[in-house]
Unconditional design. Structure first.
Length: 248
């Protein structure tokens, strides 16, 4: 029947909007409701950040990282969920001036549910300290939130599915500078396939953020000679950041 697909789309959009409003009322203590945990699946949640914007009710307060984590739920949007132990959402202060973005969780991260806690994470902590910051003063996350099997590079489909949540994290945090750790993060954020050797050493503009691509700490563990160019990149970050403390 003519017009039937349009009607079905309208009904679906209305149902999504009503469901989102009910979830918000449950979480914000509307009288007569009792909060409860809600699991979201691929059929009920959008995959693009634009969809998050258009299907989220206009709230009296801005969206938060906690809101986004609840939106992601017990994610099954791509096949990475099949082998994971934990969703590694990210950690740090929600208004960080400086954000570090990696590729994806490794074994230790998957086990503990925290980003960059293995050998590469310990090196990252030293890099952060060397530029005058503490881990508690920055935000750390990845392009994908679940560990790829055998720590392989996330596929383009996996990045396209999970990456929009990274972009939404950045939109919520509003950092001054984003450090892209490794080719996967740099290529996803900047939408390029240019080699890291050509990308690093300078800032790239991405929306309201300045992105500094540099080598991943795991790469430095295998190639210690790359520590010098990373330190050069971090000196540029230091010069642009000034004091570590954001004034409220």
């Amino acid at each position: 029947m003519t017009g039937e697909p349009e009607i079905l789309n309208t009904v679906s959009e209305l149902a999504t909007a009503v469901t989102a409003r009910i979830h918000w009322e449950l979480e914000n203590g509307v009288p007569g409701y009792q909060p409860h945990e809600t699991k979201l699946d691929a059929s009920s949640t959008p995959e693009r950040v634009d969809d998050i914007h258009c299907k989220t009710p206009n709230l009296s307060h801005p969206e938060t990282l906690d809101d986004l984590r609840r939106h992601i739920g017990d994610c099954t949007r791509c096949d990475l969920h099949r082998g994971r132990q934990s969703i590694v959402f990210g950690e740090g202060i929600p208004n960080a001036r400086l954000v570090f973005v990696g590729e994806g969780p490794g074994r230790d991260e998957d086990r503990l549910g925290r980003p960059f806690v293995g050998a590469a994470g310990q090196l990252l902590d030293r890099i952060i300290a060397a530029i005058g910051f503490d881990r508690s003063q920055v935000y750390i996350c990845n392009v994908v939130k679940c560990r790829p099997p055998d720590n392989r590079v996330p596929t383009e489909t996996e990045q396209a599915t999970c990456g929009p949540f990274l972009r939404r994290q950045l939109q919520i945090i509003e950092p001054e500078i984003v450090v892209a750790l490794g080719s996967t993060a740099a290529h996803f954020l900047l939408q390029t396939r240019e080699a890291m050797g050509r990308l690093r050493g300078r800032f790239h503009d991405l929306e309201q953020w300045r992105v500094m691509p540099t080598y991943h700490p795991a790469y430095l563990l295998r190639n210690p000679s790359a520590k010098r160019p990373v330190w050069q990149d971090m000196q540029l970050v230091m010069g642009a950041m000034g004091t570590p403390n954001r004034q409220e």
